[in-house]
Design a protein around this ligand. Structure first.
Ligand SMILES: [Zn+2]
Length: 190
């Protein structure tokens, strides 16, 4: 069986706030027993541990997926708290984007260079204009480039492995109020 994930990604949280806000998100989810506090080897990562589903995990899941209980039995079914700059892309695809001005596709090399420039930049995650189009010279921030699939540049993401594909809106909104930030949702299938 293939694995998939649903991520709540918060692009408005700056890098220097990510650990503090991430800890608050975890605390909120643990208090409501959506995930367990004790980390285990339950996520697809060789470097990090995750938080397994709690006894109220289904409070987080949309109404129409309430009978979808299979993930509780899977090996990888935890929350991965992702803190630090990362490109979150739907399907896990990092296809080169198009320029917002001339619409031409960027080369892989130009895209890789812009990505690494963003990872290195220390000013803020809401970037200055660091991307220069190789075709027309238009200068933009990395999140202004036109990606085919949802692509979010952020320093905080809550990635739930193999959970049902849709979360309950009222819960996502309640968490947004707690974190003072709204998420974008990114799905990955691998
Ligand atoms: Zn261009």
């Amino acid at each position: 069986m293939s694995d998939n994930s649903i991520s709540l990604v918060y692009p408005s949280i700056p890098e220097f706030d990510a650990s503090e806000v991430g800890a608050r998100a975890l605390d909120w989810l643990v208090t409501r027993k959506i995930v367990n506090a004790m980390p285990t080897n339950c996520i697809l990562s060789s470097r990090a541990l995750g938080h397994p589903p709690g006894s109220n995990a289904f409070d987080m899941v949309a109404e129409k997926y309430q009978s979808d209980r299979l993930f509780l039995k899977l090996r990888f079914n935890g929350l991965h708290l992702e803190m630090g700059k990362k490109m979150f892309a739907d399907f896990g695809v990092s296809e080169p984007p198009r320029c917002p001005a001339c619409e031409k596709s960027w080369s892989d090399a130009a895209h890789a260079a812009a990505h690494s420039e963003w990872l290195k930049s220390r000013t803020s995650h809401l970037n200055p204009k660091i991307c220069k189009c190789e075709h027309c010279g238009h200068v933009s921030s990395i999140d202004a480039l036109k990606y085919r699939f949802t692509t979010v540049f952020a320093s905080l993401g809550l990635t739930f492995w193999n959970w049902p594909a849709e979360f309950r809106e009222t819960m996502v909104d309640a968490l947004s109020i707690q974190l003072k930030a709204k998420p974008q949702v990114v799905h990955i299938h691998i």
